[in-house]
Design a protein around this ligand. Sequence first.
Ligand code: SAM
Length: 297
Amino acid sequence: MLDAASPRAAAMTPATGSGLRRRIPGFLRPVLKKAYIFFIGLMDRWSGRDRMIPPRSMIFVGDGDFRLAGEVYKLHFIDLGGLRPGHRVLDVGCGIGRMAIPLTGYLSGDGRYEGFDAVREGIEWCQSRIASKHPNFRFRHVDVHNKRYNPAGKARARDVRFPFEDDGFDFVFLTSVFTHMLPADLERYLAETARVLKPGRRCLVTMFLLNEESKELIRAGGSSLDFKHEVSGCLTVDADDPEHAIAYDEGRVRALFASRGLRIVEPIRYGSWCRKDSPAPGLQDIIIASKSERGKR
Ligand SMILES: C[S@@+](CC[C@H](N)C(=O)[O-])C[C@H]1O[C@@H](n2cnc3c(N)ncnc32)[C@H](O)[C@@H]1O
């Protein structure tokens, strides 16, 4: 299964820290990483966050370091997405709380978190372990079909209306979700993201983007993911299980965002999935977009 932030990616210092990272001698970085993980572990035990982290056997959202991936993305949400403690936040496809857990220590009493997902077990875990202790966190199950994650789901993603009012959120994110969605479904979810976001506020989505560079790297065998099967105008690594990992043409994605009044905040942060040894801020490509003020496209 694919991860929004692989162990390697998670180990990388987030975008804003790249200057500092360059100043740290290479031999010290693994030591500092270990110290950081140890420190987070201590903090988790001290704050009770440990209870929120699911056992490995229950984790279905990727193989990387669960805790560290959430910590790294929390920094992206703040630095790139403009997240602030008092914000109202929506986590679409929230899985089993990987991104929610670090936010419990960041959002203030005025802040509010909403998450929904197609996998019932993930939502039940989050309700019993996170929402029970953090009343400003709410998780919902949406019984939507995804061949990989919820094959028996009744609703079609392309018909889903997010259960929230228009213009209600300061920040919306989808980490490692569009990488598992087919075009008609993705288009609907992007439209819904734009609908529920407040004008002027940002969303953060991760994707695998096909452009001249990534296509060349795939052709040359340098990519960790071999996107080679066409399905509905995008590429997947597995024709029998298309939602395993899906890549989209970057031009098409840019046009889609624009058509929904979502202005991409440049640059797109390209991930390390096809770029060996790149100082990328994560495995997947990160797109930040801002919702236009009403009426403006
Ligand atoms: C790789 S996991 C990532 C989970 C979470 N975003 C994270 O980063 O930890 C992909 C998630 O997308 C969810 N998902 C896929 N299609 C969905 C849909 N149409 N609606 C809601 N959730 C969906 C899956 O159930 C799964 O939890």
